[in-house]
Design a protein around this ligand. Structure first.
Ligand SMILES: [Zn+2]
Length: 222
């Protein structure tokens, strides 16, 4: 018995020593958009399970790529509070149209990194008139706590050295550069705004530096 515990103890010690991102599985994932490979990773530093959806033969350079921050309300429920669900669908369609590409779906990024409950609390404050930045600050939470190191590690594992990044967020580009992934191009992912998210999108543009030129055309929505 003592010996058994000793073996288990040794095993868990080995597990805790491991760091970084480990590729665990590569499974076919047929979707309404096309036939992807779901490549699953375990982030040993944070304990998060992560997944990259890979379409076609991606190569190493100029790979059309989206780093999608998890958003349960937008991605799964079709929330109109943000444009995440439409961005995810557009990104998946774009890599299929391109013939190859990657969508890294980043768990732990809910509400720009404040968690699902934090995000819902921030949404409740936004319903009372605060903007998305003010709401996080009012809760004593960071405005953006997302880390893209894991995404860069996944791209390195997939053999990618440069991407064409589908994003309106300059911080994602800067983060990838910091982590050794070149960004050959930033490809806009512009979703037509609706009445429910125009204020949120304007805040993203004005306070978080997102590049959203298409909002100029919808000045009448408020
Ligand atoms: Zn969202």
């Amino acid at each position: 018995m003592t010996e058994k515990i000793g073996v288990l103890g040794k095993k868990s010690a080995q597990l805790t020593q491991r760091s970084g991102v480990e590729r665990v599985v590569n499974a076919p994932l047929p979707t309404v958009y096309g036939e992807f490979r779901a490549i699953g990773y375990l982030d040993h530093d944070r304990g998060d399970e992560q997944v990259a959806l890979v379409y076609g033969e991606i190569g190493t350079d100029d790979v059309l790529t989206r780093l999608h921050s998890e958003c349960l309300t937008g991605d799964a429920f079709g929330s109109q509070h943000c444009e995440c669900g439409d961005q995810l669908a557009s990104a998946l369609r774009a890599v299929v149209a391109e013939g190859s590409g990657i969508v890294v779906y980043l768990r732990g990024h809910e509400g720009r990194g404040i968690g699902l409950l934090g995000k819902l609390r921030a949404m409740a404050l936004q319903a009372e008139g605060l903007d998305t930045v003010e709401a996080n600050l009012a809760l004593g939470l960071p405005v953006d706590a997302r880390d893209y190191g894991v995404a860069a590690e996944i791209l390195h594992d997939l053999g990618v050295s440069s991407v064409r990044l589908m994003s309106n967020n300059p911080r994602k580009r800067e983060a990838l550069l910091r982590h050794g992934i070149q960004v050959a191009e930033q490809v806009p992912l512009l979703i037509p705004p609706c009445e429910n998210n125009i204020t949120y999108l304007r805040t993203k543009r004005e306070r978080l530096d997102h590049h959203l030129p298409h909002l100029d055309a919808v000045a009448h929505l408020s």
